[in-house]
Design a binder for this molecule. Structure first.
Ligand code: C2O
Length: 552
């Protein structure tokens, strides 16, 4: 591999969408931010310089960071934030992975505008298993607030209520013609007939899972989370925040005399409010010089619209995720851990915290605040980075290692709301010896209503070996696990009112964040950390931190 260098200047720029102009925190003045392209095996050096008042850190979402956890990026987990006027060089090698990922800020809600595609090309002369597309197009979904997203989350945390929803969804930063005052800000995908396009879809929205469809065109899913899958056709797909999906789009073999909308709109199951609006982009066929139509005849072409499932269509969501299987070929095997050394059962969901005495709280259950938790623990970020504290043996006062293997009180998770909705705060970690094979069942609880949670694990890919609705049954369900070709990924939806089982091998020493990628749930505490110990051999150790690692 070679070394690739990028410079990220974090700066505030004025930007207008929906006729509202505001200051936006960006990388190099762009929303979405710049495309980062590397090749498998390359070393990536990104110098991040912070020119804004807010603290910053950048995460390379889905990058395994084998023995390079100092470059992972979540603030107060692997590093202290980069403060105003400071810089930090992210330095890591991309190995054993190829496909579409993304990078984003990993502190508070700054990722709302600080994110961009991260594309890992295969090694030279290694073809894609799905053939060579005519063209590749990154399509990144986002959200736009007319106000500062930082104000939205800080107000929500102070009042204990849900945050104000965004004003629009965006495709490559553009809300599209279905929003007021936005027709000129529409993403257009111009295509030629009879070609195959590779669309690299990325959901960088803050709080919403999205359905996506292109009118009158079937798409073929070929990769998720930078892992090749057995190709399958679909009209609509579901993509959660934190997930990436590569699809092939075969254009019509003729000039179709029509324009086609592509739509993205939320899949939502929770009780909270959400922005039930649609971002539209346009698929437009370009006339060639030899086309029988002249350019004036394209002006009044009809527009076709895609049909998306209803916003709460959980059966679509579950059927779609079941279709995704690893390629599991000789060249790209699925290395599913066949035996398990440590088993964990985590409940994930919303609960309530007692309202602090000096605050007014508008959350549920009278004077309590919304919180979210894993096994009744609502995770609190420390004021220094856990990885540093761990590495230098200074855990005291920073974190504890008593994260529970199971929820405190077992109950009927998906039935009538139980009464143990209270959670406690803590900065608790699970410690795993090097190379432990782990099985983790995550169970949605319907304490405040069933809700789908896209759980993201840093530092690893995991295999999704099983999923189901209702309460997980440890006696019956494991018999149905797929240990042959389950999908390998970094973000999985815990089904609304159901459970998901994953397996991974803890072969990466360091401190690894796991959290719901609906940012509001992370803010409420739906997060925890795994500490993976070093092995005995030199190549099983975590090197010391780089000298420019920010301090708290
Ligand atoms: Cu994409 Cu911890 O995040």
């Amino acid at each position: 591999g070679i070394t690739r260098r990028y410079k990220f200047d974090i700066k505030l720029v004025r930007m207008t969408r929906l006729c509202h102009t505001k200051g936006v925190i960006t990388v190099n003045g762009k929303f979405p931010g710049p495309l980062v392209t590397v090749r498998e095996g390359d070393n990536l050096l990104v110098e991040v310089v912070n020119h804004v008042q807010n603290n910053i850190s950048i995460h390379w979402h889905g990058i395994r960071q084998l023995r390079s956890g100092w470059a992972d990026g979540p603030a107060y987990i692997t590093q202290c934030p980069i403060r105003t006027g400071q810089r930090y060089m992210y330095n890591f090698t991309v190995s054993g992975q190829r496909g579409t990922l993304f990078w984003h800020a990993h502190i508070s809600w700054i990722r709302a505008t600080v994110h961009g595609p991260l594309i890992i090309l295969p090694k030279p002369n290694v073809p894609y298993p799905f053939g060579n597309p005519y063209k590749e197009v990154p399509i990144i979904f986002g959200e736009w607030w007319n106000v500062d997203p930082e104000a939205v989350i800080s107000q929500a945390l102070q009042t204990g209520a849900g945050p104000n929803v965004s004003d629009a969804y965006t495709i490559n930063g553009l809300p599209g013609p279905l929003y007021n005052c936005s027709a000129k800000d529409t993403f257009k995908l111009k295509v030629k007939p009879a070609k195959t396009y590779l669309l690299r879809l990325i959901n960088a929205a803050v709080d919403d899972e999205l359905f996506f469809s292109i009118a009158n065109h079937t798409i073929t899913v070929v990769e998720v989370d930078a892992v090749y899958v057995k190709p399958f056709d679909t009209d609509t797909l579901l993509i959660t925040p934190g997930q990436t999906t590569n699809v092939l789009l075969k254009t019509k073999p003729y000039f179709p005399k029509a324009n086609f909308f592509m739509y993205a709109r939320p899949y939502a199951t929770g009780q909270g409010t959400f922005d039930n609006s649609t971002v539209a982009g346009i698929l437009e066929y370009e006339l060639s010089n030899f086309s029988p139509f002249n350019s004036t005849s394209t002006k009044n072409l009809p527009f076709f619209k895609p049909a998306l499932p209803p916003f709460n269509d959980t059966s679509f969501a579950s059927n779609f995720s079941r279709k995704i299987r690893s390629l599991a070929s000789a060249q790209f095997p699925a290395k599913v851990p066949q035996k398990v050394e440590r088993r964990f059962f985590f409940t994930v969901g919303l609960g309530t915290n007692p309202c602090p005495r000096n605050q007014t709280c508008q959350g549920p259950n009278n004077r309590t605040k919304f919180s979210a938790s894993i096994n009744n623990v609502s995770f609190v970020l420390p004021t220094t980075a856990i990885l540093q504290a761990y590495f230098f043996g200074q855990s005291n006062g920073v974190y504890t290692t008593d994260f529970p293997n199971n929820p405190i009180t077992p109950f009927n998770y998906t039935g009538n709301p139980p009464n143990n909705t209270m959670v406690s705060n803590g900065t608790k970690a699970v410690v795993l010896p090097y190379n432990t094979s782990v099985e983790l069942v995550m169970q949605d609880t319907s304490i405040l209503g069933a809700e789908s949670h896209p759980l993201h694990l840093h530092g690893f890919n995991f295999f999704v070996v099983g999923q189901g609705f209702g309460n997980y049954d440890p006696n019956k369900d494991p018999a149905k696990f797929n240990l042959v070709d389950p999908i390998e990924r970094n973000t999985v939806g815990v089904p609304s009112g159901g459970w998901v089982a994953i397996r991974f091998l803890a072969d990466n020493p360091g401190v690894w964040f796991m959290h719901c990628h609906l940012e509001v749930h992370t803010s409420w505490g739906l997060k925890m950390v795994w500490i993976v110990l070093e092995g005995k051999l030199p190549n099983q150790k975590l090197p010391p931190p780089p000298s420019d690692l920010p301090t708290c």
